[in-house]
Ligand binder design. Structure first.
Ligand code: DC
Length: 231
């Protein structure tokens, strides 16, 4: 059967990665979480003192971009790929609220975007890929066979994210999470380079009131339709 490219974009914590993982598993496709790549570059910037609450030394980060090696390795027991930064598994470190607080600034840097987009496009060369992010349907794969734009209210997203962070033992408040989501929404959708916007041919899904099962069924129906049209 012909393999396709599925692009999933949307605001922070809309559950894009859950859908993308489910789809990739079901179809036997590769899943790529591009947010993890921007988070890993952010972690690198934090570890090297290029970004902090007080300053962001953009030119130092840009000068080191060639020394940042990003890769995904499939974890068979988890059933998805984990993010590696210069050979080290950083899957847990990149999910902290601290990284979330800096990631929108780092991902607004055009040189960072250029490097990551190039790598993402190479990953899709053989199709059979589900990629999630903010600019997948607009910049990375403008010709993707199927594009989704996922949305949910900021409060719904903050509640889900707060629970996830609490479950992993992070010491945070609901308000911190809500503020972070609102601030990332603003920076991600107003930045100059590749702002988060719905591609004109993307199918919008608001999952505020949908269960995971309902959402998956709805999306799979659309995927099957596209696969059938390509037979
Ligand atoms: O999907 P996420 O919340 O883990 O993404 C983290 C940040 O990375 C998000 O706030 C914006 C940025 N990002 C981006 O600019 N482009 C992408 N394709 C994916 C993420």
């Amino acid at each position: 059967m012909q393999k396709i490219i599925i692009a999933i974009d949307g605001f922070s914590s809309t559950g894009k990665s859950t859908i993308a993982k489910q789809l990739a598993q079901h179809l036997g496709y590769v899943y790529v979480d591009t947010g993890a790549m921007y988070r890993a570059v952010t972690l690198y910037a934090m570890q090297n003192g290029y970004i902090s609450q007080n300053e962001f030394n953009i030119s130092d980060l840009i000068s080191q971009l060639n020394n940042i090696e990003l890769s995904f390795k499939f974890n068979t027991s988890l059933g998805f790929s984990e993010m590696y930064l210069n050979g080290k598994n950083v899957e847990k470190e990149i999910r902290t609220l601290e990284v979330s607080q800096f990631v929108s600034q780092v991902s607004a840097v055009s040189e960072v975007r250029r490097k990551l987009v190039e790598q993402q496009q190479l990953m899709g060369i053989n199709k059979g890929i589900v990629m999630d992010g903010r600019d997948i349907g607009t910049v990375v794969f403008p010709n993707a066979d199927l594009k989704f734009f996922i949305n949910a209210s900021a409060k719904t997203r903050a509640k889900r994210r707060f629970k996830e962070l609490l479950d992993r033992g992070d010491n945070i408040t609901y308000n911190d999470v809500l503020q972070n989501i609102k601030s990332r929404d603003y920076i991600d959708s107003t930045r100059k380079d590749s702002p988060l916007i719905k591609a004109t041919d993307a199918i919008e899904i608001d999952n505020s009131e949908l269960s995971l099962e309902e959402q998956f069924a709805k999306i799979m129906q659309l995927v099957k339709k596209v696969l059938k049209s390509q037979e």
